[in-house]
Unconditional design. Structure first.
Length: 116
């Protein structure tokens, strides 16, 4: 069983930066890719980006490419989402995700609010 806990959200002005963290429990963290998703009010959850198990490869949605960076520290069982040049369109609850044998695990999310 895996538990995920996101942190680092908050209120930031447009063009500012935030770094989100996702801490995982369990011994299998380093075996799996991790993903970040977000859900804005009234919208469906959308993919933000992902990182492979070693941290050597990352993938991003077009909407965040060049502004967001995902990294991970397997020793700390933590994945990070560095967000730069934030705009009000980035306002959402941000969730980390791990998929193990077809079962998805989610954290409770951390709210990011970007003011104009």
């Amino acid at each position: 069983h895996v538990q995920l806990v996101e942190s680092g959200g908050g209120l930031v002005q447009a063009w500012g930066s935030l770094r989100l963290s996702c801490a995982a429990s369990g011994r299998t963290f380093s075996r799996y890719a991790m993903g970040w998703f977000r859900q804005a009010p009234g919208k469906e959850r959308e993919f933000v980006g992902a990182i492979n198990r070693s941290g050597g490869s990352t993938y991003y949605a077009d909407s965040v490419k060049g502004r967001f960076t995902i990294s991970r520290d397997n020793a700390k069982k933590t994945v990070y989402l560095q967000m730069n040049s934030l705009t009000p369109e980035d306002t959402a609850n941000y969730y980390c995700n791990i998929s193990i044998y077809g079962m998805d695990y989610w954290g409770t999310g951390t709210l990011v609010t970007v003011s104009s």
